[in-house]
Design a protein around this ligand. Structure first.
Ligand code: E4P
Length: 218
C-alpha cells in the first residue's frame, strides 16, 4: 500500500518525505486555503514547490465545475510538472473530463466519492485514482472501511485498473483498516502516519535495553 500525505503544508510534506516512505501528496482547495495560498500564480508556484519535494503523485484539484472549465484548468495544472495528477470532483462534467484526460494520458484523481456506484463510474471513465472519503462517511454513521472493502471487491471482480486512494483518514487505525480492506493507497495527515510508530511496549522495551547495556558497560 502506498502512502500519500494529505496537506499543502511544505514543512509537513518535507518531514514525511524525510521518513523515506512517502509516495505522493494530495491537496484540495480547503487545504490550500488553510496555508493561505491564493491567486493563480501563487497556487502554481506552491504546486511546483510541492513537486520539488516529492518523487511523484501530486494531486492538484480543479475549481471549475463545468466540462470546458475543468479541461482548461486541468491542462494548466498538468503543465506545471509531470508529477501533477489532476483532481476532479465526482459530478457529471467531472466524469466527462476524466474520460478526456484519460484519453490524453493525463493522470486523474476522482474526488468526493461516497458510494460504490460512483466508484464504478470513475473506473469506467478511466480515473487513475479514486478517492473515497472514509472519515466523512463515518461521520454520517455509515462505515467508511466497509465502503473501501466493497469497492476493492468490485474492482477485483471487474478487473478495473483504477487505484483506490482512501482519503479523509482521521487516525492511524484507519490506515491499518484500509490496508486490510484492500486500499491501494492511503492519504493521511502527518499525525496519522507518525502515529503508526507508537506502542508503549516499544518505549518500555527500548528503555530496558538501554539501561541493561549501560549497566553491563559501567
Ligand atoms: C484528499 O484527497 C481529501 O480531499 C481529504 O482527504 C479530505 O479530508 P477531510 O474529510 O478530512 O477534509
Amino acid at each position: 500500500m502506498k502512502f500519500f500525505i494529505d496537506t499543502a503544508n511544505l514543512s509537513q510534506i518535507k518531514e514525511a518525505q524525510d521518513l523515506g516512505v512517502l509516495d505522493g501528496v494530495t491537496t484540495n482547495p480547503s487545504l490550500m486555503a488553510k496555508e493561505g495560498i491564493n491567486g493563480e500564480l501563487n497556487i502554481r508556484n506552491h504546486y511546483k514547490a510541492i513537486c520539488d519535494i516529492v518523487y511523484d503523485n501530486v494531486s492538484a484539484e480543479v475549481i471549475s465545475t463545468d466540462y470546458e472549465g475543468m479541461i482548461k484548468e486541468g491542462n494548466e495544472l498538468a503543465s506545471i510538472d509531470e508529477k501533477i495528477v489532476v483532481k476532479i470532483p465526482m459530478i457529471k462534467d467531472g466524469i466527462k473530463a476524466i474520460k478526456y484526460f484519460s484519453s490524453k494520458g493525463i493522470r486523474t484523481n476522482c474526488t468526493l466519492v461516497f458510494s460504490p456506484g460512483q466508484a464504478i463510474l470513475a473506473a469506467k471513465a478511466g480515473a487513475t485514482f479514486l478517492s473515497p472519503f472514509i472519515g466523512r462517511v463515518d461521520d454520517t454513521n455509515w462505515d467508511g472501511i466497509e465502503l473501501i472493502q466493497q469497492i476493492a471487491s468490485i474492482y477485483a471482480i471487474q478487473g478495473y485498473k483504477t487505484e483506490i486512494l482512501a482519503a479523509s483518514i482521521r487516525n492511524s487505525l484507519h490506515i491499518v483498516k484500509c490496508a486490510e480492506a484492500g486500499a491501494d493507497i492511503v492519504t493521511c495527515p502527518l499525525s496519522a502516519i507518525m502515529g503508526l510508530l507508537k506502542h508503549p511496549l516499544t518505549d518500555i522495551g527500548l528503555a530496558q535495553f538501554l539501561a541493561d547495556h549501560k549497566k553491563a558497560n559501567a
